[in-house]
Ligand binder design. Sequence first.
Ligand SMILES: [Zn+2]
Length: 412
Amino acid sequence: MAQILLPEKVWDGTAADYFPSETAILVENGKIKEINSRARLGTEAEVVSLDGLTAIPGLIDAHVHLSLDPESPGTNAEDPDGAVLRARAMVRRGITTARDLGSSGGKILELRKEINKGERIGPRLLVAGPPLTTPGGHCHFWGGVVEDAKDIEKLVRDQAELGFDWLKVMATGGVLTQGTRPSAAQFKLKELEKMVSMSEAFGLPVAAHCHGTPGIAACARARVQSIEHSSFSGEGGFGSAFDEEVSQLISESGAFVAPTVHARWSRFLTQYNDNRPISERTESTNDGSDFARRMNRCYRGLKAAGVRMVASTDAGIPGVHHDALDRALPVWARFAELSPREALISATSGSASALGISDETGFLKPGRSADIVAVRGDPLKSLDCLADKMWVMARGQVVTQQSEVFKAKKGN
Ligand SMILES: [Zn+2]
């Protein structure tokens, strides 16, 4: 049955402002059928009052690991069975789409199928298989080790046939795998080019885990579709080897960056709580805020070079919960000096466009999936309201009821 949603405000995912007041959203068969003034929409539908709430597109987390339990200590302690509950928690907190960037196997494919069939609730999933890596390399225990071109060919073919949506490659070492160095590249340009051309032949885009600057540069040259983390890691840690030319290279390649800034990075901002932009601070500090300053420079540099960046959290790594994109967005906005609107675009329309699913989601527009979040407040002014109670519809199904939002209003 069709539904007419009546929020107080509606934001389409791109515009500088909200629709005029009294705008309503007509939802039918899981999709947005029309967005128009209440008076112009017919009455043959169930009316859902979202009084006092602002409707925005469902959020997209472009980098998660559903198989990982954030309460367990590392990436080699997988808990695929818990993925069902984590997916549920995500969608109930407004994350209606997520890209799962690596695990040891096909459990997440199964979950994707169950969600698509409506048998379970969870975000629309784009899924990568075991990431391609070197012997003993980052996340080698997930089973994606390749030693030569033949291995690359076999793994890419196998993963495409299994139905994965993305190919993931560990182009540098990682923080969580002993014996690897984040700043060091794991593959040569030739090998990366081989992965990209093989993947292209099977229609799979490539997402490359990159911390160190040489690895980032190689991935941009090999024309991967997305660069994960993009930490510009060097001798002095994350952000210490920022390189403008490499940023330019990424921009020219057309790749987008998923910087994986999660809510726990707020601990690096304690020195910056006066709301002045990080880049405008001149006083030097010897605490963790140097990290904030370094990463701030990277993100501003990427933005200045015209690189598209998408909201992403790396949920699943220790302490980073899957349902916390709402709390990550204000932190991401602080680090990159984004306006609330820019940060929201990076988690909705901008992300959908980068991920190649803009026909499906990321926008409140007719024809798109009814992936809708309603929050109490003015998210184009302040992102803080995202962390409050929310009403959520995913593919036309209400997964978080408005009673939960209104109850909260009365209770507090
Ligand atoms: Zn990751």
